[in-house]
Write a protein that binds this ligand. Structure first.
Ligand code: PMP
Length: 426
């Protein structure tokens, strides 16, 4: 039988508290400044792609079809990089467009355009709807939720399972015509690391929705970001939804942000022809065309899908030992106490840590006082409100392993201290 902290009698809890408080005081005395907040690539990972800084080259600015990439135009991006990306993700090249550095910018555009003008399937602009509701699998990506918050959409929580969002809940909620869409991170999700099963992908593609203009933002930010030597299957949801009679359902996103250099990469938007035409009708007023020089640099740098995958294996080589260390420290320090559970992702950038209910914000506060910056408690929920005050998103990528170890050991101390405080109070 495992005796968890919650089952300790008063005497044992007092002894434990004394011990953990001493550990915490030692931690504070170290005056650390460590940061586990954002899922940024490390300097080592950024160095992998330094060669791209010299591309496409002073005499080398033509795309394969002869396009002079130095000039204006080409709203959908150059075929060199679109074809490579389409092949990598198993999509038809004609349904993939390449943009500027940020896929998040395109997501913001899509929602803005739908809000101002309506989608190609809308009866009216979303701003003229009495209410717009949006499905938010939780925990999820904070910046997604910030967008739908900004537009005043009512965000409905959908619990995550190991196979993706709880589809029974989703299918019930989409019976409401005010529900216009849904956020998803289908592969190695932020922050759970969950990859949607084939059955979930098919159900999302095939389900009936009351809103004719229901859209799923299929944010495949981590589609090839494996931590092992295996790459996940990328389901062609465009094809699945077309076959099910909902050809315009998916807005499929991805980018090179955590592949080459974050903030100076290439973003991609894949969708039905009708959706791409709708997007272009506004995008070509918003701008004259994307940075084709950078697109060409990326095409030349990757060369082909094999080159892209080889780079992803280098990232895995850098990231996997960090994830491994975090998981080992969590197990060693917390495993015996029944005070936390955590995900063991096979890809992506995050470990999602669930602590004793009602203590996540206390853990983050304790860590902060000890000089360890964690993502604010609640960040992975709409309006930054975790109803159980339970979830903490850990981002192991940025610090070197030596710092990561110190930080994680410190976090474990904070988790135990907060749990002991809670146990003593109840
Ligand atoms: N989507 C998800 C799920 C992310 O985690 C991130 C980066 N943290 C982004 C999008 C941002 O992508 P981009 O750099 O292409 O805007």
């Amino acid at each position: 039988i495992i005796v968890t902290l919650r089952d300790y009698d008063a005497e044992r809890l007092a002894a434990f508290t004394k011990d953990i408080n001493a550990k915490y005081d030692e931690l504070k005395a170290r005056n650390l400044t460590l940061d586990l907040t954002r899922g940024k690539p490390s300097a080592e990972q950024l160095d992998f792609s330094n060669a791209i800084l010299a591309l496409p080259g002073v005499d080398d600015y033509h795309a394969a079809d002869g396009t002079d990439c130095r000039n204006y135009g080409g709203l959908t991006g150059i075929k060199d990089i679109r074809a490579l990306w389409a092949e990598a993700l198993g999509l038809p090249v004609d349904n993939v467009i390449a943009g500027d550095a940020s896929s998040l910018n395109i997501m913001f555009d899509l929602i803005s355009f739908a809000f101002m003008f309506g989608t190609n399937d809308s009866e009216r602009p979303w701003r003229d709807e009495p209410k717009v509701k949006w499905l938010c699998p939780v925990p999820g990506y904070d910046r997604h939720f910030s967008i739908t918050e900004l537009f005043g959409f009512e965000m409905l929580h959908v619990p995550m399972t190991d196979d993706g969002p709880d589809m029974a809940v989703v299918k019930e909620l989409v019976k409401d015509p005010a529900v216009k869409g849904m956020w998803t991170v289908p592969i190695f999700g932020n922050p759970t690391g969950v990859t949607f099963s084939e059955a979930t992908c098919k159900e999302l593609a095939a389900m009936d929705t009351a809103a004719p203009d229901f859209r799923i933002i299929w944010d495949n930010a981590y589609a090839i970001h494996t931590l092992t030597d295996e790459f996940p299957v990328v389901y062609n949801v465009l094809e699945l939804s077309a076959a099910a009679g909902h050809p315009n359902r998916f807005w499929f996103m991805s980018s090179t942000s955590k592949i080459t250099h974050a903030g100076s990469g290439v973003s991609f938007f894949a969708s039905s022809t009708a959706n791409l035409d709708w997007y272009a009708s506004y995008a070509n007023i918003r701008g004259i065309g994307p940075n084709k020089i950078n697109q060409l640099a990326h095409a030349k740098y990757f060369q082909d899908v094999a080159g892209l995958k080889a780079l992803m294996q280098k990232h895995a080589g850098s990231l996997a030992p960090k994830f491994e260390r975090v998981l080992t420290i969590l197990e060693e320090r917390l495993g015996d106490y029944g005070v936390a559970t955590w995900t063991k992702p096979k890809g992506g950038y995050f470990i999602s840590l669930d602590v004793v209910d009602g203590t996540a914000s206390r853990v983050v506060e304790l860590a902060k006082e000890a000089g360890i910056a964690l993502t604010a408690a609640g960040s992975s929920y709409p309006l930054k409100q975790d109803p159980n005050d339970r979830n903490i998103r850990l981002a192991p990528s940025l610090p070197p392993v030596s710092e990561l170890e110190i930080a994680m050991d410190g976090v474990a101390t904070c988790v135990l201290k907060a749990a002991a405080e809670k146990a003593a109070a109840s």
